[in-house]
Design a protein around this ligand. Structure first.
Ligand SMILES: *Cc1c(COP(=O)(O)O)cnc(C)c1O
Length: 482
């Protein structure tokens, strides 16, 4: 049976269900499969005409033993997870007319209209499935840069065996994103708006990791996380690379390029693993905004933390791409000791300079770019004016990155991932288009509906967040469970 281990080497191997319910490994590392399965050309050929959920079923079956979840149960979880998606294809591809062989993968047709729905739909439903079977409850805690929170809240809302606390940096996310969390009436959803976060969403992760370290608290409230530290997110996100590949190629084996707007590297970690498993992707284009940690990693071989800069693509205003450590594990022959040392070095100094051998092995097949705000807004306008297609700021960062590295690309087809619906970022769209009125393409009925609802939220200050949160979480737990 395929087992899961920590990328830092601590603890014992665990099965898939444990890895999913724990979130973090016992030593604070990230769970990785002991071995990576592979896709053969025959398999990819057989999957060519399958639907998104059918491909998901095939890929998940390579990673999850049938003794953990039967084929019928897994199909049931997938069905329930993707039923609320707006488009039958789940993630449609749109071909741009003003560029050569360029496709936009629209990852925003889930209920909270961002790509986070794609991974969380499955993961939250799966977690609830496991908990029901065990007759247990669990408390999910997530921090968000704007999209993880709404998606977690939506999928956890009303679930029998889950409570969800969603922490967000107030004033750093859009009002539309905030209301997606605060207007859910369900009694098991607790949004927490935190003022004065010095580093945006990254500080909130810090508080959550402190909660995890308080063993008594963690055990009592049965804490877990569905942030992209959870293996289930990364695993599910491998599916859209395979699906997209099969949709655009003329023949299996043909190589393509994929540009990904990246913050925490969860999405690209998944893509990178899909390629290691045999998906023919020639280049990944790592698309950053001015918070360019990943761009520095891939262009200079340096993992360094700088101050946060607010940008129009706020969901990728992330300083520490945590999932890079998960990917790196597979680039250094699964040498967990090396990963542990680097992670500790980074924690102490905020800086790791990789040796040239390591740099060479992880950066092969990656190009990268850091987009300015001005360029981002400019390309939204350009594509809208030329062909009436409206990118959101994150999709814009992806298209821009592909433009920036054009000279290093061949004639392969290109997929740019668009990770959010423009209706989540109305102010950026207005600025980009130079209008005060939003075009229809930047509106969405779900956003309109949530403007009319009441809000329910806890408000805290970052300076005393830990104490305040521990208290209110424990009180709520006691009220519910006594
Ligand atoms: C989370 C998010 C991303 C970045 O994904 P990572 O896995 O953190 O790299 C990009 N765009 C949007 C809209 C997001 O919500």
């Amino acid at each position: 049976m395929l087992q899961y281990v920590s990328n830092k080497g601590g603890g014992k191997p665990v099965d898939f269900e444990t890895a999913i319910l724990d979130g973090f490994a016992v030593d604070g590392g990230l769970y990785v499969p002991e071995t990576l399965p592979t896709f053969t050309t025959e398999q990819l050929t057989q999957w060519k005409d399958l639907s998104y959920t059918e491909i998901a079923f095939e890929i998940l079956s390579l990673f999850i033993d049938r003794s953990i979840i039967s084929a019928k149960e897994l199909k049931g979880v997938l069905h329930d997870a993707y039923a609320p998606f707006e488009k039958e294809e789940i993630i449609p591809l749109h071909k741009l007319t003003s560029r050569k062989e360029t496709y936009i993968m629209e990852l925003f047709y889930g209920p909270t209209i961002s790509f986070k729905d794609v991974g969380l739909a499955f993961l939250v439903n799966l977690v609830n499935f496991f908990l029901k079977r065990r007759n247990e409850r669990l408390t999910l805690v997530v921090a968000t840069t704007g999209d993880t929170g709404p998606a977690t809240a939506y999928f956890a809302a009303g679930k029998s065996n889950l409570d969800a606390w969603v922490l967000y940096p107030k004033e750093r996310i859009t009002e539309e994103q905030e209301r997606q969390m605060t207007t859910l009436p369900h009694h098991n959803i607790y949004p927490v708006g935190v003022s004065n976060c010095p580093d945006g969403g990254d500080d909130l992760d810090l508080v959550i990791s402190k909660m995890y370290k308080d063993t008594a608290f963690k055990e009592k409230l049965k804490l877990s996380s569905v942030n992209s530290i959870n293996w289930g997110r990364v695993l599910m996100q491998t599916v859209h690379y395979v699906y997209g590949y099969l949709q655009v190629v003329d023949s299996i084996g043909e190589e393509i390029n994929v540009s990904v707007p990246s913050g925490g590297f969860g999405n690209l970690c998944a893509g990178s693993l899909a390629r290691k498993m045999g998906l023919p992707i020639k280049n990944f284009i790592v698309a950053n905004n001015s918070n360019a940690c990943l761009h520095r990693i891939f262009s200079e071989g340096v993992f360094s933390k700088k101050d946060i800069i607010e940008t129009p693509s706020s969901a990728i205003d992330i300083l520490i791409p945590f999932n890079f450590w998960r990917y790196l594990y597979f680039c250094v022959d699964k040498d967990a000791q090396k990963i542990k040392n680097w992670m500790e070095e980074f924690q102490h100094s905020g800086l790791v300079t990789f040796d040239s051998e390591t740099y060479k092995s992880y950066s092969k097949g990656y190009l990268s770019n850091s987009a300015t705000d001005e360029e981002t807004l400019q390309i939204i306008k350009e594509i809208y004016t030329k062909e009436g297609y409206l990118l959101d700021p994150h999709g814009a960062v992806a298209v821009l990155a592909a433009d920036a590295v054009k000279n290093q690309l061949g004639n392969e087809k290109l997929i740019c991932l668009d990770t959010a619906h423009p209706a989540k970022f109305p102010e950026a769209i207005k600025t980009a288009l130079g209008t005060t009125e939003l075009p229809l393409a930047a509106t969405h009925y779900s956003i309109e509906a949530e403007r009319k609802r009441c809000e329910k939220v806890y408000l805290c200050n970052y300076s005393n967040l830990k104490e305040a949160l521990f208290e209110v979480m424990e009180t709520n737990w006691d009220l519910k469970n006594n």
